[in-house]
Design a protein around this ligand. Structure first.
Ligand code: C2E
Ligand code: MG
Ligand code: MG
Length: 749
C-alpha cells in the first residue's frame, strides 16, 4: 500500500511545494526557497523512481523487507524536508505568510496520515519531522501567543499520530479480513469442486429436490438408473410423476421431518424396468433451520442381491447338479423331524448310490461322469413331489427325503419301497454318453424316521449303511435299514482298514495254487487264489474280502500284487511242470485305464511266454460295456495272454455275445457241478459244453469233488478238471512238492 499509487501524493506534494515557494517568494530569500524546492524535487523524483521499480518486481521480491525500509527512509526524508521549511523558510514578521506555511504543513500532514497509515511507524517517521519543527519554531519565538501556538501544533501532531495509528489498525483489520475471505473463498471453491467430483463420480445415484418436490439436479448414475436424459428429468415434478407411494413418502418425510428411507423393488416410471433400490432422503435446511429442499442418495442393490443369491447357492447347493447339498439337507431333515413329531407323521431318507459309477469315471473321464450325474439328478427331481427333496451328498451319492408319511410302519415302509422302485426304474434307463448307451443301476438304502431322537447325520449314515447292504446283496436293489446292518457295516469298515494294512505289509498276503488236471490226471495248469492271513482273525476267505476290496478300490492294488506274483511263479517254474497259470481279474481292475499296460509290462519284465498266463474274468465285466470290453480283450489277446470266463452260467449274460468275444476258455461254475443230480443243472452243464465245442473254446469244470461228477463230465466231452477231488488250493512250497512227487513217479515208471 505504501508504494501503491505513490505518484499521486508525491506529485501533489511537489505542486503544493511549488505553490508555497510562490506564496513565500516576496518575503523569503530566493536562494533558500530555490534550494529547498530543488531538494524537494530531487527527493520526489527519487521516490517516484523507487515506486516505479517496486511495481515492476515479482511478488516475492516485493515482499523483501528492504523495500519497506526504503519507503520508511523516503517518508522520513520528505517529512524532514517539509519540516526544514518551518525552520528555514519561516516568515517571522509576516503573520499572513506564516498562516500559509502552517496550513500547508497541516494539509501535508493530513495527506500523510491517509497515504502512509498502512504502516503506522512509517507514518510517524513522516509526521514527526514534518510537524515537530513548526512547534519548535513557535517555541523558539518565545512570546505568550507563540507558546500557545507551539502547544497547539504539538497537540495537532499528537492528534495526527493517534489518527494515523487508528487508521492503520482499521486498515490492518481490513487487510486481514480480505486475506481471510480470499482463503475462505478458495476453500469453498475447492470443497465445491470436491463435492462435484463425488456427486458425478459416485457409484450411487444422487438427486436434489426443492421444497415442492421438483428435481433440481442429479448425477449421471441416477440418469442411468432412470434410463432417461438430463433434459427429461431436471425440473421433473416428483410428487406428480412418481407412482410408488413408498418412494413419495420418503421424499415428503425428508421435507417435513428431515429424514426419509425407501428400500425395495422400484419400477421406473420412464422405462418400466424394475430393480431393487435403497434410497436415503435427507432434508436440507437454511440458516434459520427451515427445510428448503432435500437430497436423495440412491443405491442399486441388484449386484448386492445377486451376490447374496450366489453366496446362498454356493453355500447350500451343489454346483454341478444344482441340487441342495449336504448342509441344506441336514437342515431340512431337522425341520422335517420337528414337523413330523408335531403332526404324528413319519419321514424317510433314501440313500441312492450309482453302481459302478467310479468305473465310468475312470474309463470315460470326468466329463462323462459329470454328465451322468447331471442327468441322474434331473431324473430324480422329475419323479419327486414338491415337498420331497433330493440332495447330492458326495460323488455319485444322492439322498432323497420324503416327508409326511403315515405313522404306521408297514404303510410308511411300503410307500418308501414304491418311491425306491420308481427311482430304480428312472435311474436304470440307459444314459447316452459320448455316443454310447450306458446302463447304470442304483443301489438304494432307506430309513424311516419320526419319533426317535436319531440326529440327521446319523439318519444319513443309517440309510448309507442300508445302501451298502443293497450293494452286498448284488446291487440294483433297495434295502431297508436294520440296526444289525450297523454292525455289519462296522465289520466291513474294519476289514477294509485291515486290508489296507495288509497291502502295506504283504507278509499277510499269499498266493495259493490249485492245479487243474486232464482225464489222465496230468497237471495241465493251475489257478492262483489269493489268501489273507489276518493277524487276529487268522485265514480270511477271499469270498469275504474280495467284495470289500472291490467296493473300496483296494482291489486295484491287490490285483497288481497278484499279477506280479503270478508272473514270478511262471518264471520260476518250467513250462513242462506248469504249462499255464490262471489268475482272477476283478471287473473293476479289468475296466481300469492302465490295466492293459500293467499286464504287458509284467509279462515282458518276467520274460515268460504270455500264452502261459490266463486271465479269468467274470460275466459282470461283460454287462458293463460290451463294446469296450471286446476292445480290451482284443488288445490283451494281441499281447498273447489267454482269456477265460469264470463262473460261467451264473451271470445274466446272453449266449449271443459269446461268439463276438476273443475267448479261449469257459469255466463251468461249481454250483452246477455240485448239483449234477438235478436234471436242470445237468442240462445246463451239457449245454455249456456243447456251446464251447461249437465256438472252439476249451471248458474247465470247477469244483469236482467226486468220481461221478468227473465221469458225467467226461461222457459229455469235458476233459479239464479243477476240484478237491484232485487238489485243494495249496501254497507254493506244497505245489513244488507235488511236482517233485510226480517227477519221481514218472522216473520210477
Ligand atoms: P473262483 O475264481 O471261482 O475260484 C474257485 C474257488 O472255488 C476257490 O475258492 C476254490 O478254493 C474253490 N474250489 C475249488 N475246487 C473246489 C471244490 O472241489 N469244492 C469246493 N467247495 N470249492 C472248490 P476261494 O479260493 O475261496 O476263492 C473264492 C473266490 O474269490 C474265487 O472264485 C475268486 O472269484 C475270488 N478270488 C480268489 N483269489 C482272487 C484274486 O487273486 N483276485 C480276484 N479278483 N479274485 C480272487
Ligand atoms: Mg477263478
Ligand atoms: Mg470260479
Amino acid at each position: 500500500m505504501l508504494y501503491e499509487g505513490v505518484w499521486q501524493p508525491v506529485v501533489a506534494s511537489l505542486l503544493v511545494a511549488a505553490l508555497l515557494v510562490g506564496v513565500l517568494w516576496p518575503v523569503v530569500a530566493h536562494a533558500e526557497l530555490l534550494a529547498w524546492f530543488i531538494a524537494m524535487l530531487v527527493v520526489s523524483l527519487i521516490r517516484l523512481d523507487c515506486g516505479r521499480r517496486y511495481r515492476r518486481l515479482p511478488p516475492d521480491e516485493q515482499a523483501r523487507p528492504c523495500w519497506l525500509r526504503l519507503a520508511a527512509v523516503g517518508a522520513l526524508v520528505s517529512g524532514a524536508l517539509w519540516g526544514a521549511a518551518s525552520l528555514a523558510l519561516f516568515p517571522h514578521q509576516y503573520l499572513q505568510y506564516q498562516l500559509a506555511l502552517v496550513l500547508t504543513i497541516a494539509g501535508v500532514g493530513a495527506a500523510g496520515v491517509t497515504t502512509l497509515a498502512s504502516v503506522w511507524w512509517v507514518a510517524a517517521l513522516f509526521l514527526v519531522p514534518l510537524i515537530a519543527p513548526l512547534a519548535l519554531q513557535y517555541a523558539w519565538v518565545g512570546s505568550g501567543p507563540a507558546w500557545k501556538l507551539a502547544t497547539m501544533v504539538a497537540l495537532f501532531l499528537a492528534f495526527v499520530l493517534v489518527a494515523s495509528y487508528r487508521l492503520s489498525r482499521v486498515l490492518h483489520e481490513n487487510i486481514r479480513l480480505k486475506v481471510e475471505m480470499g482463503a475462505r473463498e478458495r476453500d469453498l471453491r475447492e470443497s465445491e469442486s470436491r463435492y462435484r467430483a463425488i456427486f458425478h463420480a459416485s457409484p450411487l445415484g444422487v438427486f436434489h429436490f426443492d421444497r415442492d418436490g421438483r428435481l433440481i439436479d442429479c448425477n449421471d448414475k441416477l440418469l442411468e438408473f432412470m434410463g432417461a436424459t438430463r433434459e427429461r428429468v431436471i425440473g421433473l415434478d416428483l410428487f406428480g410423476t412418481l407412482e410408488d407411494a413408498r418412494f413419495i413418502r420418503g421424499i415428503s418425510q425428508a421435507l417435513s421431518v428431515g429424514q426419509g428411507y425407501f428400500e425395495g423393488d422400484y419400477t421406473s416410471v420412464l422405462t418400466r424396468v424394475s430393480r431393487p433400490l435403497r434410497v436415503l432422503f435427507s432434508g436440507i435446511r437454511d440458516s434459520r433451520g427451515e427445510i428448503t429442499g432435500g437430497v436423495a442418495v440412491v443405491e442399486d442393490l441388484t449386484e448386492h442381491r445377486q451376490a447374496e443369491a450366489t453366496i446362498h447357492r454356493q453355500a447350500f447347493y451343489d454346483p454341478l447338479t444344482a441340487l441342495p447339498n449336504r448342509r441344506l439337507l441336514l437342515d431340512r431333515i431337522d425341520q422335517t423331524r420337528v414337523r413330523c413329531r408335531a403332526r404324528g407323521e413319519r419321514g424317510a431318507l433314501l440313500f441312492v448310490d450309482l453302481d459302478r459309477f467310479k468305473k465310468v469315471n475312470e474309463s470315460l473321464g470326468h466329463a462323462a461322469g459329470d454328465q451322468i450325474l447331471t442327468v441322474a439328478a434331473q431324473r430324480l427331481v422329475a419323479l419327486l413331489r414338491d415337498d420331497d427333496l433330493a440332495a447330492r451328498v458326495s460323488g455319485d451319492e444322492f439322498v432323497v427325503m420324503i416327508p409326511s408319511l403315515r405313522h404306521d410302519d408297514d404303510q410308511a415302509g411300503a410307500a418308501v419301497r414304491r418311491v425306491a422302485e420308481r427311482i430304480m426304474q428312472a435311474l436304470s434307463v440307459p444314459y447316452r454318453i459320448a455316443e454310447r448307451s450306458l446302463k447304470i443301476t442304483p443301489s438304494i438304502g432307506f430309513v424311516l424316521f419320526g419319533d426317535d431322537e436319531t440326529s440327521a447325520v446319523d439318519l444319513i449314515k443309517q440309510a448309507e449303511t442300508a445302501m451298502y447292504q443293497a450293494k452286498a446283496e448284488g446291487r440294483a436293489r433297495a434295502c431297508h435299514y436294520l440296526p444289525s446292518m450297523h454292525v455289519v457295516a462296522l465289520q466291513r469298515l474294519t476289514l477294509e482298514q485291515d486290508l489296507r494294512q495288509a497291502l502295506e505289509n504283504p507278509g499277510q498276503l499269499e498266493l495259493h495254487y490249485q492245479p487243474q488236471v486232464d482225464s489222465d490226471g496230468h497237471i495241465i495248469g493251475a489257478e492262483a487264489l489269493l489268501r489273507w492271513h489276518h493277524p487276529k482273525r487268522g485265514m480270511v476267505s477271499p469270498a469275504e474280502f474280495i467284495p470289500v476290496a472291490e467296493e473300496s478300490g483296494l482291489i486295484l492294488e491287490l490285483g497288481d500284487w497278484v499279477l506280479v506274483r503270478a508272473c514270478e511263479t511262471l518264471q520260476r517254474l518250467d513250462a513242462r511242470c506248469l504249462p499255464r497259470l490262471s489268475i482272477n481279474i476283478s471287473p473293476r481292475q479289468f475296466g481300469q485305464a492302465n490295466f492293459i499296460e500293467a499286464v504287458e509290462s509284467c509279462v515282458s519284465r518276467s520274460g515268460i511266454d504270455p500264452a502261459r498266463l490266463q486271465l479269468e474274468i467274470t460275466e459282470g465285466v461283460l454287462i458293463d460295456d460290451l463294446f469296450e470290453t471286446i476292445e480290451t480283450m482284443r488288445i490283451l489277446k494281441g499281447i498273447g495272454v489267454g482269456l477265460a470266463i469264470d463262473d460261467f452260467g451264473v451271470g445274466y449274460s446272453s449266449l449271443s455275445y459269446l461268439k463276438r468275444l476273443p475267448l479261449d476258455e469257459l469255466k463251468i461254475d461249481r454250483s452246477f457241478i455240485q448239483e449234477l443230480d438235478d436234471s436242470n443243472d445237468a442240462a445246463i452243464v451239457q449245454a455249456i459244453i456243447a456251446v464251447a465245442g461249437h465256438l472252439h473254446l476249451s471248458v474247465v469244470a470247477e469244483g469236482i469233488e467226486t468220481a461221478e461228477q468227473q465221469a458225467f463230465l467226461e461222457t459229455h466231452g469235458c476233459h479239464c478238471f479243477q476240484g478237491f477231488r484232485f487238489f485243494r488250493p495249496m501254497p507254493y512250497a506244497a505245489l513244488l512238492e507235488v511236482f517233485e512227487e510226480r517227477r519221481h513217479a514218472h522216473s520210477n515208471r
